[in-house]
Design a protein. Structure first.
Ligand code: HEM
Length: 157
């Protein structure tokens, strides 16, 4: 089951990144044009938030039951865990970075439901989703990074 969830965690990154790019483009277009908040906008923002929350649930499960979270602290102690680049990444950097990103995307969704003028709404959403996107990009263990060594671009590859 753990491997299956790890694959899902890996695949969901692409769903989240694609939805974020879509929302950045939509909010950019809304801020600079005459679009009004649409059902498509609402659905994309909602689906993005659901994907992020699912990712959070899987991530927490991995952190508490897998080899790359709590187990590292229990085996090596906090001080040694922090000294190792890869351990520190999974125990702290990946986790905190993603938690903040998920919080931002949740705040963006609740902001999108507020009854504000569409141009103002799009402007704020553009800012929130851009920061979320950048935060997720730097917190992913990409295969070209030291922390992503032996990890893949796509689940199971
Ligand atoms: C948008 C949010 C997130 C994204 C895009 C993301 C992405 C990823 C990716 C791509 C991997 C590598 C998967 C692989 O090697 O196949 C990974 C691993 C991992 N993630 Fe996340 N993650 C997110 C949130 C979280 C959160 C919030 C936590 C913890 C609470 C977490 C904990 C972990 C752990 C522990 C691993 C290593 C699992 C293992 O190899 O056994 N992730 N994550």
């Amino acid at each position: 089951m753990y491997t299956g969830l790890l694959h899902l965690h890996s695949a969901l990154r692409w769903v989240i990144l694609i939805l974020l790019i879509l929302m950045i483009i939509r909010s950019w277009a809304g801020r600079n044009g005459n679009r009004s908040w649409s059902e498509g906008d609402r659905k994309s923002a909602l689906f993005l938030m659901i994907s992020c929350h699912l990712q959070l649930a899987i991530g927490l499960y991995q952190w508490f039951t897998g080899d790359w979270g709590l187990a590292l602290i229990q085996a090596n102690g906090m001080a040694d865990t922090m000294k190792n680049v890869v351990s520190r990444f999974y125990v702290i950097e990946h986790t905190i970075g993603m938690l903040v990103a998920i919080l931002l995307s949740t705040m963006a969704y609740s902001l999108s439901k507020k009854n504000t003028e569409d141009k103002v709404k799009y402007g704020k959403l553009f800012m929130y989703y851009t920061i979320t996107f950048l935060l997720i990009m730097i917190s992913i263990p990409w295969p070209f990074r030291e922390v992503g060594l032996n990890r893949s671009w796509f689940p199971g590859m």
